[in-house]
Design a protein around this ligand. Structure first.
Ligand SMILES: [Zn+2]
Length: 240
């Protein structure tokens, strides 16, 4: 199964990032029949309430199953000291060459007051999208064939402002039908969201409803296209 290409791959620094950022969209894509992959750059450990990486990985598996993802890879880059480096770029580009996505979704901004790993993850992802297609560099990529990723999108964590500063091509995915799956997948991370942090679920639900409402949906997730969006079907885009 895992040697089939993925249509979409979402990249996070830690298990739970992509669920919070775009879990509703990933669940929707899976329901629509697309092969969805997730790459977590680190195992996210240590964290204050988790007994260790095995538990966090089990939580990530649970979340992935709820979202319907076809493949989830956890790289062994270090949590809390994740840095954009040649080695981390290559590690992710190797996964892109294996998973061969049409779309890569990842961090699009710093997350002040939260983990600095997120900003590093953005830079690593940008570079790995580029590295995945470079020829005459086989020695770094286990001889894997090059792969050109046609589309790269940025996400924002659900707690952040709805728009990413400096980008014009925002769009909203209607996750009215998958918001509950998104929340359920985040609930898998019991070590990260114990009962005393239950308010997080209200925040995520509220942010999704606010984002969706702005576009006429019950709930939504906002993305940025790294290139201006175009269409040959204006009415389809506006009303489809
Ligand atoms: Zn994170």
């Amino acid at each position: 199964m895992n040697d089939q290409p993925c249509d979409v791959v979402a990249v996070g620094a830690h298990p739970d990032d992509v669920e919070i950022a775009c879990g509703g969209t990933l669940a929707l894509l899976a329901e629509q029949g697309y092969r969805v992959g997730i790459v977590d750059l680190t195992d996210g450990e240590p964290t204050p309430k988790s007994p260790g990486p095995e538990v966090r990985l089990a939580e990530a598996r649970c979340a992935g199953e709820i979202l319907g993802v076809a493949q989830r890879v956890t790289l062994d880059l270090p949590n809390r000291r994740l840095f954009d480096s040649f080695e981390s770029r290559v590690a992710l580009a190797i996964e892109f060459r294996k998973m061969r996505p049409k779309v890569v979704i990842g961090f699009g901004a710093k997350t002040p007051m939260a983990s600095p790993d997120h900003w590093q993850a953005m830079q690593i992802t940008d570079a790995a999208v580029f590295y995945a297609r470079l020829t005459k560099w086989d020695e770094h990529f286990q001889g894997l064939p090059v792969h050109t990723i046609p589309t790269q999108l940025y996400f924002r964590l659900a707690f952040e402002p709805m728009t990413l500063e400096g980008f014009s091509s925002h769009f909203t995915v209607d996750i009215s039908g998958t918001l509950e799956k998104k929340l359920e997948s985040i609930r898998c991370y019991e070590t990260q969201f114990p009962p005393e942090k239950a308010y997080v679920f209200d925040r995520i639900r509220g942010a999704a409803m606010l984002a969706g409402n702005a576009s006429g949906y019950r709930a939504g997730e906002v993305f940025v296209s790294t290139k201006p969006l175009g269409t040959r079907d204006m009415m389809g885009m506006l009303f489809g």
